[in-house]
Structures are given as structure tokens and as C-alpha cells.
Design a protein around this ligand. Structure first.
Ligand SMILES: [Zn+2]
Ligand SMILES: [Zn+2]
Length: 372
């Protein structure tokens, strides 16, 4: 029995979700009945890329609630709209059935202190996609499923039909997080930017900083293959942190003064310390990578005071950053499809989700793709 028919595509009553029960435990392919009245927007998932936080959840490095439907970098087509509320994009325009969309990592209330303070990702009534507990009476909230149910307050951006699905998926986590980090780092025009980490976020950061008018971009990355890739993405120099005195080389890009802004994406304490030392007086360090438990770092108050440094932590992003990411990725990627293809590994059907995660764990810095 079919439930939805859109653009001559018939969507059947049952779909499946890959349910994660814990590290090392078998995946469950749970049937989901779409023929139930729900006050959610229903989205047929086109693709989902596996973010490294998903991989860390599956390997056990990162603690996550179970059972859950993972996947927070996903896109899809709207097949049904809710009855009691209107699904709108981040600019406030209504979204229609048939629209190809990307949605943010969390829905927020728009009214609490944190929402009003510009950090809706810390909303007291937050609903997270791809990280919460899966309830069989609800549509999946993660992209590793045939369909996802979106609740009110979810940031949504409508996509071009022509954009590569994999690249569009990146907007939901990697792309929007980088957009938020650059927003916190300040105006990029004419500035010298250092990016610590040459993974997927690092490459996007190099390309985006360049696109936003940075005078120069340096990427600090130990892996030689990733350094080459960062150059292809727009970095002027890619430096191995094992190189003696690499901070001095980094400072040379701004007449020996140091970077105007540094983005720390790796989460490594050594990278944090090096990034701090690479800043010019009055510079800004945005910390993005440290989302896993690690030991404390010793920093000198005097160093920060005398150099008048700003250190900002960033976790996730605001809806405006999702729109920036989509805009950037859609425009930039169409001119350089071969370079962007380097960010992705093989594609897996939903049935092979375990193999997709095994591949992703072996290949950090490249996204595995699941096509549910
Ligand atoms: Zn709120
Ligand atoms: Zn992510």
C-alpha cells in the first residue's frame, strides 16, 4: 500500500531505519510504518554522509544514547507537511512538498534565553537529529533511514536540484560548523587565516576563508596527502606541525606578526597551544575540534593579556550558518567537482551500514556515503 506519490514516485507504507544499539552490537533494520498520523514534516532521505562524530559513537569513543538512528549530515525530499504548523526555511519562506532540502542538526524553541542570545544550538528544549534516542512510535530523527520526521523549529534550507547530494549533505554539519567558526573569527577580507586540521572541515575552512576574501590561508596538518588536498582547496601553504619552528613559518604569511585568526579543528591540545602561539597581537582563536574528553591545557594568563588575544569556543551552529554553508557549497562545488569528490569515499546502501562505518573508521578525513 502506497502512502505518498510525488513527481510520479510512489513511496510505500513501510520504510526502514538502521537502529544503533551500542558499540560492537549488531545493527537492527527496524521497519517504520509511515501510515500513522504524525504532526511532523516527512522527508524521504536521498543521502547521508557519515560525520566523524557518528563514527566515534559507533566505535565507542564518544558516548551516545541508545537505541538511536544516527546520521546528521543528510538531505532529502519533502513528501508530507505537518497539519498544525508550517515548515519554513531559515529565511521564513514556506517549504513545499517535493522540495529537496537539508536540515540542521537540531530544532530549537526560539524563545528561551539561549535562543534569544543567538546560540539556539544550546536551546533548553533542543531536539537533536542523529544523536537522540529512537522511539519506535516516532519517525526516525537520523538520516540512516528511509524517512526522517522533522519537528517545528528545525532549520531548513531548500537545495538546488543540480547540487551533488554528497556535497549538499556536508552543509548540515561540517559546512555549517565552518561557517559558524568563520563568523566568530570575524571579517575574513584581507586577513591572514591559519586552519589547524586538514580533514573535511579543514578543507572547507580553507576554501570558505579564501572565498570570503582572506589575504592568505595556511593549513597545519601532519598528513602529507591531506596537506596536498588543503592546497587544492585554496590554502596558500600547508605546514607539517612536526617541522621544527613551524609557527615561525606560519607567522611569515603576515610579515612575521602571526595569523589574524586561527581555527582549531583537530581537538588536539598540542594544536591548541600552537594555534595560540601563531596568533598576532589582538588575534582571535576559534576552537571547534575539542568535542571529546581530553586532559586540561596549561596556558599563561599573562600571554593572553599582554597579547590581547580572544579565544572563542564553538559547538554546532545557528540557522544562519546552515544557509551560509548551503550557499557556499552550492556555488563553489560546481566549478571544481573533481576537488570536492576527494572528500568522499564509496557509497553504501542502508543494508550495508555496518560496512559503511567500518570503512569510515579506517579512512578518517574522507566521508563514507549511505544512500538509504
Ligand atoms: Zn530555545
Ligand atoms: Zn557532525
Amino acid at each position: 500500500m502506497s502512502v505518498f506519490e510525488i513527481d510520479s514516485i510512489v513511496y510505500e507504507r513501510w520504510c526502514r531505519a538502521a537502529v544503533f544499539h551500542g558499540p560492537g552490537l549488531p545493527w537492527e533494520m527496524a521497519p517504520i510504518d509511515l501510515h500513522t498520523e504524525r504532526d511532523e514534516a516527512v522527508v524521504s532521505v536521498e543521502a547521508c554522509t557519515l560525520c566523524s562524530s557518528d563514527v566515534h559513537t559507533v566505535t565507542g569513543r564518544r558516548a551516545g544514547p541508545v537505541p538511536s538512528v544516527l546520521g546528521h549530515e543528510a538531505i532529502g525530499k519533502v513528501v508530507s507537511l505537518p497539519e498544525s504548523w508550517t515548515l519554513v526555511d531559515v529565511a521564513g519562506s514556506p517549504v513545499s512538498v517535493g522540495d529537496r532540502i537539508v536540515w540542521g542538526v537540531a530544532a530549537h524553541c526560539g524563545e528561551c534565553l539561549f535562543c534569544r542570545d543567538g546560540i539556539p544550538q544550546k536551546c533548553v528544549r533542543l531536539v537533536k537529529y542523529g544523536h537522540g534516542v529512537h522511539r519506535p512510535d516516532q519517525l526516525p530523527k537520523g538520516g540512516l533511514a528511509g524517512f526522517v520526521g522533522l519537528v517545528q523549529g528545525t532549520p531548513v534550507v531548500v537545495l538546488d536540484e543540480a547540487t551533488d547530494a554528497r556535497i549538499a549533505c556536508l552543509a548540515a554539519c561540517a559546512g555549517a560548523t565552518v561557517a559558524a567558526a568563520l563568523r566568530l573569527a570575524g571579517d575574513m577580507r584581507g586577513r591572514h587565516i591559519a586552519v589547524f586540521g586538514g580533514g573535511v572541515l579543514g578543507c572547507i575552512a580553507c576554501a570558505m576563508a579564501r572565498d570570503y576574501g582572506a589575504a592568505s590561508v595556511a593549513c597545519v596538518e601532519p598528513d602529507s596527502g591531506r596537506r596536498e588536498r588543503a592546497i587544492a582547496f585554496g590554502a596558500d601553504m600547508a605546514i607539517d606541525p612536526a617541522e621544527p619552528g613551524f609557527e615561525e613559518r606560519l607567522k611569515s604569511m603576515n610579515d612575521g606578526l602571526g595569523a589574524d585568526a586561527c581555527l582549531e579543528i583537530t581537538g588536539a591540545n598540542a594544536a591548541f597551544e600552537a594555534a595560540l602561539k601563531s596568533l598576532r597581537t589582538g588575534g582571535t582563536l576559534v576552537l571547534v575540534g575539542a568535542v571529546y574528553p581530553a586532559g586540561p591545557v596549561a596556558i599563561s594568563q599573562e600571554y593572553i593579556v599582554r597579547r590581547m588575544l580572544t579565544i572563542r569556543g564553538l559547538h554546532n551552529y545557528a540557522p544562519v550558518d546552515l544557509a551560509s554553508a548551503v550557499n557556499f557549497l552550492q556555488n563553489r562545488s560546481k566549478f571544481e567537482p573533481a576537488i570536492w569528490a576527494d572528500l568522499f569515499g564509496p557509497e553504501f546502501p542502508l543494508d550495508e551500514v555496518a560496512a559503511a562505518f567500518a570503512w569510515a573508521a579506517e579512512n578518517p578525513g574522507v566521508r563514507a556515503v549511505v544512500r538509504p
